[in-house]
Design a protein around this ligand. Structure first.
Ligand SMILES: Cc1cc2nc3c(=O)[nH]c(=O)nc-3n(C[C@H](O)[C@H](O)[C@H](O)COP(=O)(O)OP(=O)(O)OC[C@H]3O[C@@H](n4cnc5c(N)ncnc54)[C@H](O)[C@@H]3O)c2cc1C
Ligand SMILES: NC(=O)c1ccc[n+]([C@@H]2O[C@H](COP(=O)([O-])OP(=O)(O)OC[C@H]3O[C@@H](n4cnc5c(N)ncnc54)[C@H](O)[C@@H]3O)[C@@H](O)[C@H]2O)c1
Length: 507
């Protein structure tokens, strides 16, 4: 029940985040011998420093906020929260996933599995020596060489840092260092109100132990989303006590003995200094081209930015790349899809073209916000005439029963007879499930009438979708005229508003 590890692997995957792990497992399906090279933690930003860790923290913070509510007939008393205990739970969750990954790798290791194919994990940092060999340098200073017919670069990205700002991961940190905190900071300044900034602002405000300042140089939070979605997210943050600061750039963070002085320069010319105990930088992620030995593959390392791939995830010849390093938006599902696809292509398996359309995402705010397909803003940019129906959860029986009516469903359809679904935004409980129910229909190019052929169970949050779609046909049970604040219909065409573009600040 054992085999010898090959001298030349079929595939060497560099980086074992969601892209690398998914790719390795797909190659195993094809009976291939795979070497996985990982320099830090199995799971990458998908597990330890990103998605899973932050979502575990989000869940705990949300439960804590709900337990503190006083509107549902019970009242928890004597509640307290300890950052170190929360951190232990997060680490436990992340480790649980890491050990699942490791167990599977060990199950298929050549020492245990007699094939077809095998998985070999090498702990160390990979660097290309040529297009068929990488050097793997381990933490103990040793190194070894790995040869393979194909390589997949799945090394992800790192948080972007500010020049001249010392990121000590003790008081000034980014998402990689959040678990270094020893206790809840009294005052936390978050720089960057994109997804990560707003998620952590949500988390720390839900715990109720920290005064949170959320700073962005743009005019609104989540600046790339529709204005009503941004406004909804911002209102909720403000209601939770977050102090949102717009149109401000970080100039400096001055570390004093026991406090930080955060210097902000506003677009209107004035500056402000905020005193804080900790600062969190979340201004996007970046990829450092140096260190991977890309120059030995003839790839230009002088330029910044993503690694360009073709439609098959190929960088050149036998070198492929997948995940955050190649693509925006940076999401686990996209990383996995690309990793799996790259492997299918390199081993000549039957395939459909990669399809990035109708990718659902969930942003973990309070409440969560989900998105699929085009936004109103994207429709306007692409000059697509469209109609929009907005249905507030205030009228949804299940949301009422849950005492959680703060949310909505917004569906965007083509302004023609078919009323094809172009996009959806939803906020509130269970949005991750509701968004998928519409994403399936969008994949099939279905219109409003097609979707309404199904009957939705009662009482469910999905009934808000049903009613929202009925509104587009003028036949909802509750009428927009009776509830103008909660139910809305609007339409847009390029003839109405030909120059509808919003300027975002340029770095
Ligand atoms: C705070 C945070 C929250 C997030 N939340 C979500 C979410 O809720 N949903 C979602 O879909 N996405 C989320 N994301 C994004 C998601 O984590 C990434 O899109 C995803 O992890 C990308 O996967 P990847 O495999 O491309 O890269 P990564 O996950 O970054 O993995 C890359 C791996 O490569 C390793 N590596 C790098 N260089 C080398 C080398 N030279 N040799 C060997 N190993 C190397 C790294 O150590 C790392 O383990 C979040 C990200 C962050 C930071
Ligand atoms: N739930 C999810 O799906 C999820 C969660 C977390 C992260 N992610 C992924 O991780 C990626 C990175 O997240 P992120 O929040 O770091 O990046 P982001 O691009 O979402 O947001 C960066 C924010 O920083 C602001 N900013 C940039 N430079 C600034 C400056 N000098 N001063 C002030 N503000 C500045 C931008 O205006 C923007 O709002 C996301 O794009 C997303 O794809 C996804």
């Amino acid at each position: 029940m054992a085999q010898k590890a090959p001298d030349i692997y079929d595939l060497c995957v560099i980086g074992c985040g969601p892209a690398g792990f998914a790719a390795a497992m797909r190659a195993l399906d094809f009976g291939k011998h795979v070497c996985i090279v990982e320099g830090a933690e199995l799971g990458g930003a998908g597990v330890m420093w990103g998605a899973l860790a932050s979502k575990t923290m989000w869940e705990i913070a949300k439960d804590y906020a709900i337990a503190n509510m006083q509107d549902r007939g019970y009242r928890a008393s004597g509640m307290s929260v300890d950052y170190c205990a929360v951190r232990r739970t997060i680490l436990q969750a992340a480790k649980e996933k890491q050990y699942q990954m490791l167990s599977q790798i060990e199950t298929y290791s050549p020492e245990r599995w007699d094939g077809p194919g095998s998985l070999t994990l090498k702990n160390g940092w990979g660097r290309f020596l040529s297009n068929n060999e990488v050097e793997v340098s381990a933490a103990d200073g040793t190194s070894e060489r790995v040869k393979a017919h194909f390589f997949l670069i799945a090394t992800g990205t790192r948080p972007r840092s500010f020049p001249n700002i010392l990121l000590d991961q003790q008081r000034v940190f980014n998402s990689d260092g959040i678990l270094n905190l020893q206790c809840f900071p009294g005052r936390l300044v978050i720089i960057g109100a994109g997804i990560i900034g707003c998620e952590y602002a949500t988390i720390f405000s839900n715990f109720g132990q920290t005064i949170v300042y959320l700073v962005d140089h743009a005019k609104r939070v989540i600046p790339y989303e529709d204005e009503d979605v941004s406004a909804f997210v911002q209102d909720n943050l403000v209601r939770s006590g977050v102090k949102v600061i717009h149109s401000a750039k970080l100039r400096n963070i001055r570390p004093n003995a026991d406090i930080l002085q955060v210097v902000l320069d506003f677009q209107d010319g004035h500056s402000e200094v905020i005193e804080a105990d900790a600062a969190f930088i979340s201004i996007g992620r970046t990829f450092d081209r140096t260190g991977l030995g890309l120059e030995n593959l003839g790839i230009d390392t002088s330029q910044a930015g993503i690694l360009v791939t073709d439609e098959n995830c190929r960088v050149k010849d036998n070198i492929y790349a997948a995940g955050d390093i190649t693509h925006h938006p940076a999401l686990v599902n996209i990383a996995e899809m690309e990793g799996r696809y790259a492997v299918k292509h390199m081993f000549g398996k039957k395939r459909w073209p990669l399809n990035y359309q109708n990718m659902s995402t969930v942003m973990f705010f309070y409440p969560a916000v989900a998105a699929v397909g085009l936004s109103e803003k994207a429709c306007r940019r692409q000059k697509i005439p469209h109609r929009v129906a907005y249905y507030s959860n205030a009228l949804c029986s299940r949301a009422i029963a849950m005492r959680s009516t703060h949310g909505f469903v917004k569906i965007i359809v083509s302004d023609d007879e078919q009323q094809r679904i172009l996009g959806m935004r939803a906020a509130g409980p269970q949005v991750s499930s509701t968004i998928m129910s519409i994403a399936h229909f969008m994949d099939q190019g279905k219109g409003v009438l097609d979707v309404l052929q199904s009957i939705y169970p009662h009482p469910t949050i999905t009934e808000a979708i049903e009613e929202c779609l009925r509104m587009l046909l003028g036949k909802s049970v509750f009428k927009p005229h009776a509830f103008p604040e909660h139910l809305q219909i609007r339409s847009w065409s390029p003839d109405i508003d030909p120059n509808d573009e919003e300027e975002l600040p340029v770095e």
